[in-house]
Design a binder for this molecule. Structure first.
Ligand code: NOJ
Length: 558
């Protein structure tokens, strides 16, 4: 695993392949489409590209339901296309990170089919089958709603923490584990840069599979306590690392929700299971209550909460390892929806949000379209939505008595499909994403915000991202801005999130204001050189104080 530390100075970019670029005109993004856009990624300064699952899959959950780990879903192309992508990316100094889904597979995987056909087969032992009569074995709720168990025609029940088409794999079974390790090595032998590892903190289950006190009117309980980072998981993760990643020069980024800070060292310390992980403590602040329609909107919660959670994560991670920082991914609405009220969503605020996450301590992951300043899209009705979890939240809202008009409002705010619309390449038809009929309606604003036009506009969000990348990688500042220390500053100002990155004598301050008004503040440092800002003059010094422009973001040497 990561034989040296150079990856810490790099930039990563996440692609949702179905919506990135369609090369064959069938309306669906594909691998050849990604290959055709490698020069765009290189120009942006990207080093690693994480591609969401492209394996064979019935696409019940956007490809996170894999029916064959060794083949490519025809909707995305062929294995030759994958090999070509890896090779062409390599020529440009870009490494491909595949998504590795190990907690579950698809109910259409050959293993599951054999397990269904024969309860005594080896494959039946790869899953969590139980006989419990008419009722499920316990009251755990699946993450997409409803029981975490499904019954099969012969009366057995199987566990699925996500959709019922995603049966959980039984990691207690050594034969299953060996099959998975073999598959991982097979992929790494192709020369991958590494993996983003899906839902990995769920592979260990509470062994007695007992029911727990209900936490909702449905009589069920969230499956987090008995299946997330459950004691004993370390043994499995150590073996996973030793049997696979350790043998290669690759990086591993764990989707590791639920890891308490006092266990971070096990995960990403010197001999941790992974190179780095995504921490969700600050990116999911808006999610609370049992469903979306009850969530607060941007600014109904204080921005200082984001600041405090974000810094807690940064400071804890700094003690033992190196994080992976991000604001957006394929599971979230666009970041501005979470942090900026509608009336203020604009290229200015998009640049401010970009600045805030990009210079944190960790490898930055840009999510496709974030670099264009994309906002949420518009869903007229639930029929326009593909995502399984969105449909679940919509159903809950309707069952709770909301009208379709009310329920679709929450969908528009929080649906994961907001980030899954076709990428706008040009102002032309379908944003240049496809010459066919796009699988999902393009964002209505693509005529205004698209890669081609933004490339020509020096003030665009895209060109701002290019400047951020160039600054973070510049010889002079890369030390401070990559592995340098981070320390929060200006904590007396609840509408400001600011920090200093430093390595030796080099000190760089990053200041982001969430105030829509000019803000009088004591900077607490002496700005020497303005390195980057979303205004020509982001602040003015008056007396001992600075007047910071509304939603200003600036980076300066101090
Ligand atoms: C996390 C992935 O990011 C998400 O898209 C997926 O639905 C679940 N894991 C289940 O694989």
């Amino acid at each position: 695993m990561n034989k040296n530390d150079s990856w810490k100075q790099k930039i990563a970019y996440q692609i949702y392949p179905r919506s990135f670029m369609d090369a064959n005109g069938d309306g669906v993004g594909d691998l050849k489409g990604i290959t055709s856009k490698l020069d765009y990624l290189k120009d942006l300064g990207v080093d690693y590209v994480w591609i969401c699952p492209v394996y064979a899959s019935p696409m019940d959950d956007g490809g996170y339901d894999i029916s064959d780990y060794y083949s490519i879903n025809p909707m995305f192309g062929t294995m030759e296309d994958m090999d070509e992508l890896i090779a062409e990316a390599g020529k440009r100094g870009i490494k491909i990170i595949m998504d590795l889904v190990l907690n579950h597979c698809s109910d259409e995987h050959a293993w599951f089919k054999k397990a269904l056909a024969d309860p005594n087969s080896e494959e039946a032992g790869y899953f969590w089958f139980r006989d419990s009569g008419e009722n499920p074995p316990n009251n755990w709720r699946s993450m997409f709603g409803g029981p975490a168990w499904e019954r099969v025609p012969d009366g057995r029940w199987y566990m699925h923490l996500f959709s019922k088409k995603q049966p959980d794999l039984n990691w207690e079974n050594p034969k299953l584990r060996e099959k998975l390790y073999e598959m991982i090595r097979w992929w790494l032998d192709k020369g991958l840069g590494g993996f983003r590892i899906d839902a990995i903190t769920h592979i260990k289950k509470e062994p007695t599979l007992s029911s727990l006190p209900a936490d909702g009117p449905d009589g069920m309980v969230d499956c987090f306590a008995p299946t997330r980072n459950y004691p004993g998981i370390g043994k499995l993760l150590t073996e996973l690392r030793e049997q696979t990643f350790d043998k290669y020069d690759c990086i591993t980024v764990a989707e590791a929700a639920g890891v308490p800070y006092d266990q971070l060292g096990d995960y990403i310390g010197e001999n941790g299971y992974f190179s780095t992980l995504f921490d969700f403590t600050y990116s999911e602040l808006y999610v609370h209550g049992h469903t979306w329609y009850t969530c607060k909107k941007a600014w109904e919660w204080p921005i200082s909460l984001l600041r405090d959670k974000m810094f807690a994560s940064q400071l804890e991670t700094q003690k033992i390892g190196f994080g992976a920082v991000y604001f957006e991914n394929h599971d979230y609405p666009r970041a501005c929806e979470k942090f900026i009220p509608h009336e203020y969503q604009s290229p200015l605020t998009q640049k401010m949000l970009g600045t805030l996450f990009f210079f944190l301590r960790g490898i930055p992951f840009i999510y496709q379209g974030e670099e264009l300043g994309m906002t949420n899209t518009v869903f007229e009705s639930i029929d326009a939505v593909d995502d399984i979890s969105t449909k679940n939240h919509y159903r809950i809202a309707i069952n709770d008595g909301l009208t379709p008009e009310e329920a679709i409002k929450a969908v528009n705010r929080y649906s994961r499909d907001n980030g899954r619309v076709p990428f706008p390449w040009t102002p032309g038809k379908n944003g240049g994403f496809t010459v066919g009929k796009p699988w999902m309606k393009p964002h209505p604003d693509y005529i205004e915000f698209n890669a081609e036009d933004e490339a020509k506009d020096q003030n665009s969000v895209l060109n701002y991202y290019k400047k951020m990348v160039a600054l973070r990688k510049s010889e002079e500042y890369v030390g401070a801005l990559s592995t340098g220390d981070i320390s929060p500053i200006m904590l007396d100002y609840p509408d400001v999130i600011a920090y200093v990155r430093s390595a030796g004598e080099k000190k760089v301050a990053v200041i982001c204001s969430f105030s829509p008004y000019p803000l009088n503040a004591k900077l607490g440092f002496d700005p020497q050189k303005l390195l980057l800002a979303n205004y020509e003059t982001p602040f003015e010094l008056r007396g001992g104080k600075a007047v910071i422009a509304p939603f200003a973001a600036f980076v300066c040497e101090i």
